[in-house]
Ligand binder design. Structure first.
Ligand SMILES: C[S@@+](CC[C@H](N)C(=O)[O-])C[C@H]1O[C@@H](n2cnc3c(N)ncnc32)[C@H](O)[C@@H]1O
Length: 214
C-alpha cells in the first residue's frame, strides 16, 4: 500500500511505491548537467516547489558536495520525505514547508535557489512573491536557476507548451500559465537578480540562470 499522499499529476512507481513524476525522470539528467557546470562547489541550495522530491534525490546523489534544501506546500512534504528516506543522504536535508506567497520564509540565507516548473504553475502575484522571497534569502552573488517553459515575444515556443498553458488555466488555476521570458527578467531585476544565462533544454524548456547583485 502506498502511504504517501498522492496528487493528480504524480503516479506511483510500480517497483518503489514512491510518487513519481515522469517529467522529472526525463529532465533530471539535463538539469543536473547544467547545475554541475554552474553551481560553485559546496553551495547550499534552496529548492522551491520540490514536488515529489525526485530532483532532490537525483541531484544530491550526483553532486555530493552540494547541500540540497527541498521545500514545498504542506500537502507534498510526505512524498519528499519518502524520497529522502530512500536516498539516505546527509546532503538531502529534511523538506521545509514553504509557500512562496508567504512573507516569512523558514530560511535564513542560501548560496543558490533552484525551482523547476513552478513559475508556470502559479499566477503572477505568486511569481512576484517568489522573486522577492528569493531576493531576501539569496546571498549577494548567489545564483537562481528557474527551469520550465517560457514564452518569447508573447508567443508559445511549441504546440505542446500552448496545450500545457490551456490545461493549467482550465484544470489547475485560471491565473496560472506560461510566463513571458521578458516579464520574468523584469520582475527579477526589481529584486536585484540579473539574468546571466538562458539555456535551451529538451522539450522546449529553458533554464534561466540569474545572479544577485548588490
Ligand atoms: C508542476 S509541479 C513541479 C514540481 C517539481 N518541481 C517538478 O519539477 O517535478 C509545481 C509545484 O509547485 C508547487 N507549488 C504550487 N504553489 C506553490 C506555492 N504557493 N509555494 C510553493 N510551491 C508551490 C506545487 O505544490 C507543485 O509541486
Amino acid at each position: 500500500m502506498n502511504r504517501v499522499n498522492i496528487l493528480p499529476e504524480f503516479q506511483i512507481a510500480q517497483d518503489s511505491e514512491l510518487p513519481v513524476s515522469e517529467a522529472c525522470l526525463r529532465n533530471q539528467q539535463p538539469i543536473c548537467d547544467v547545475l554541475t557546470q554552474e553551481l560553485p562547489k559546496h553551495s547550499v541550495v534552496l529548492e522551491i516547489g520540490s514536488g515529489t522530491g525526485q530532483h532532490a534525490a537525483f541531484i544530491s546523489e550526483r553532486m555530493p558536495d552540494i547541500t540540497w534544501q527541498p521545500s514545498e506546500m504542506a500537502a507534498r512534504i510526505a512524498s519528499i520525505n519518502a524520497w529522502r528516506l530512500r536516498a539516505g543522504r546527509d546532503n538531502f536535508l529534511p523538506p521545509l514547508v514553504l509557500d512562496v506567497s508567504q512573507d516569512l520564509w523558514p530560511v535564513k540565507q542560501v548560496d543558490a535557489v533552484f525551482s523547476a516548473n513552478v513559475v508556470h504553475y502559479v499566477g503572477w502575484p505568486k511569481v512576484r512573491s517568489m522573486m522577492s522571497g528569493i531576493g531576501r534569502v539569496l546571498r549577494i552573488a548567489g545564483l537562481v536557476f528557474l527551469y520550465g517553459p517560457f514564452n518569447y515575444g508573447g508567443k508559445f515556443t511549441s504546440d505542446g507548451n500552448k496545450a500545457l498553458d490551456a490545461w493549467l488555466k482550465a484544470d489547475i488555476d485560471p491565473e496560472a500559465g506560461i510566463k513571458d521570458f521578458e516579464q520574468i527578467v523584469l520582475a527579477a531585476r526589481k529584486e536585484k537578480l540579473r539574468l546571466i544565462k538562458d539555456i535551451a533544454m529538451p522539450a522546449n524548456n529553458r533554464l534561466l540562470v540569474l545572479k544577485k547583485y548588490m
